[in-house]
Design a protein around this ligand. Structure first.
Ligand code: GLU
Length: 434
């Protein structure tokens, strides 16, 4: 008897993958590009990509290293690992050496490998970045969403983390803390970090501190939680956000000595999968992590533009009736339109997916629904990435404005026109719905 082949090939997919779609951030980006190609005006607030160019010295270093063709060590180039450790010492006051650092093709891949090698549940606050949970699902780990409240600007509260861990105190867990936050743009105070670290220590969880937006704290005041729970914290970082190099795909994990076994297990998996991270990119990254006045100037102006722009959009949303917390870092806002629920319902909008669909359709503003970040589908939240502007142009214009001066509305409308227009379009749309 001949074996019958299934007519639908996807029935043979791994059960953990079946039904999963392309990651929301990348899907909205490709959809926006398609609409633009078809002649539509689209404000690209979907994908969280840095608007700023890669700093010139780092680009030059990449150019100078284009000839680097050899496979590099699985854990990363030693000089780069040393540079990352030195960066953490300088910026965060954390004593680490190059042997504590693992380089990977993006921190996203490193997060996946960590979840693969460590047998534990994933604990994440809701809302959280779109990919943590799908990664756990692909690998087959349990996911625990920890509730947060809008009154606390959606921050993870120590008591809520304690409650989840207390249910089964000895259970192995990875807790992900991400701040400045994707999707909310908020961050934690030192006291809050200390309190969270205390809970993490009590239950001996692996604390994965996703600090990829740390350098984009709008006032340059990022503090790493690993100071308060060094033995259990892995710091996740990379070039994508503060160095404008998302497409270069370079991420870093920095471990304490007590978790060296995890670094080793991860590099075994790396050696059997991606082998090592692109050689020219690693050479160039040394320059980025080395810092210096040029990098400092670039970061200072990037933060300044984001601070003023973020507050401009935030004010517009608030005045239009949304409930939204003031941005502290990064380039996201997470407005909640539930104060306008009745008005939206009259127009058939009762969930975040419909809200984003209609917004895109009727105004051209592409954003992501709160449901993609683990919020209940019926909640009227969305993530806006205020990155649709020419960062090179905005940076050089900002350099001409004395640092003690505001980048005012006229500046923002001139140099970040799409962001300013989209904020106005969104407010008008809400007003017109009646
Ligand atoms: N982290 C960015 C975002 O949340 C984009 C990169 C990605 O999702 O892979 O939009």
């Amino acid at each position: 008897m001949t074996r019958r082949r299934s007519t639908s090939p996807d029935v043979n997919l791994n059960l953990n993958v079946r039904g999963l779609k392309q990651s929301a951030t990348l899907a909205i980006n490709e959809r926006s590009a398609q609409l633009i190609r078809a002649g539509r005006q689209v404000y690209r607030f979907g994908l969280g990509q840095s608007p700023f160019p890669v700093p010139q010295p780092v680009v030059e270093e990449l150019r100078a290293n284009a000839h680097q063709k050899d496979y590099l060590p699985v854990r990363g180039l030693r000089a780069l690992r040393d540079a990352v450790a030195a960066y953490h010492r300088r910026m965060h006051g954390i004593e680490r050496g190059g042997e504590d650092v693992l380089i990977g093709p993006g921190s996203k891949e490193l997060m996946f490998v960590l979840q693969l090698v460590y047998y534990g549940d994933l604990v994440i606050p809701t809302p959280s970045w779109v990919s943590y949970a799908p990664q756990a699902r692909i690998i087959g780990r349990q996911i625990h969403w920890v509730p947060t409240q809008p009154e606390n600007d959606w921050r993870l509260m120590p008591a809520d983390l304690d409650r989840v861990c207390h249910e089964d105190p000895g259970r192995p867990r990875i807790v992900i803390l991400n701040y400045p936050s994707n999707p909310t743009g908020d961050s934690y105070t030192v006291d809050e970090l200390k309190a969270l670290a205390k809970v993490a220590k009590k239950y001996k969880v692996i604390l994965l501190s996703d600090e990829i937006y740390g350098e984009l704290h709008h006032r340059g005041q990022h503090v790493s939680v690993s100071r308060y729970y060094p033995e259990g914290t892995i710091i996740s970082g990379g070039l994508s956000k503060w160095c404008g190099a998302g497409g270069w795909r370079l991420g870093t994990f920095t471990f304490p000595g007590s978790l060296r076994w995890l670094l080793e297990a991860m590099s075994t998996v790396a050696s059997e999968t991606y082998t090592s991270t692109s050689a020219p990119i690693q050479y160039a990254a040394i320059r980025a992590f080395a810092g210096g006045t040029e990098m400092e100037g670039y970061l200072m102006q990037s933060r300044r533009v984001l601070r003023h722009l973020g507050r401009h959009v935030w004010r517009g949303l608030r005045d239009a009736g949304a409930s939204v917390s003031e941005p502290v870092g990064g380039f996201y806002l997470f407005p909640d339109f539930s104060p306008l629920r009745e008005r939206l319902a009259r127009h058939g909008i009762q969930d975040s997916a419909t809200l984003c669909e209609r917004l895109l359709d009727e105004t051209g503003v592409a954003a992501l629904p709160g449901a993609d970040f683990g919020r209940p589908p019926g909640e009227l939240t969305m993530r806006l990435a205020y990155v649709d502007f020419d960062g090179a142009r905005a940076l050089s214009a900002a350099q001409q404005v004395p640092v003690d001066q505001e980048l005012d509305r006229a500046f923002l409308e001139l140099y970040c026109p799409n962001v300013a227009q989209a904020a106005a379009a969104l407010a008008n749309w809400l007003k017109k719905l009646k």
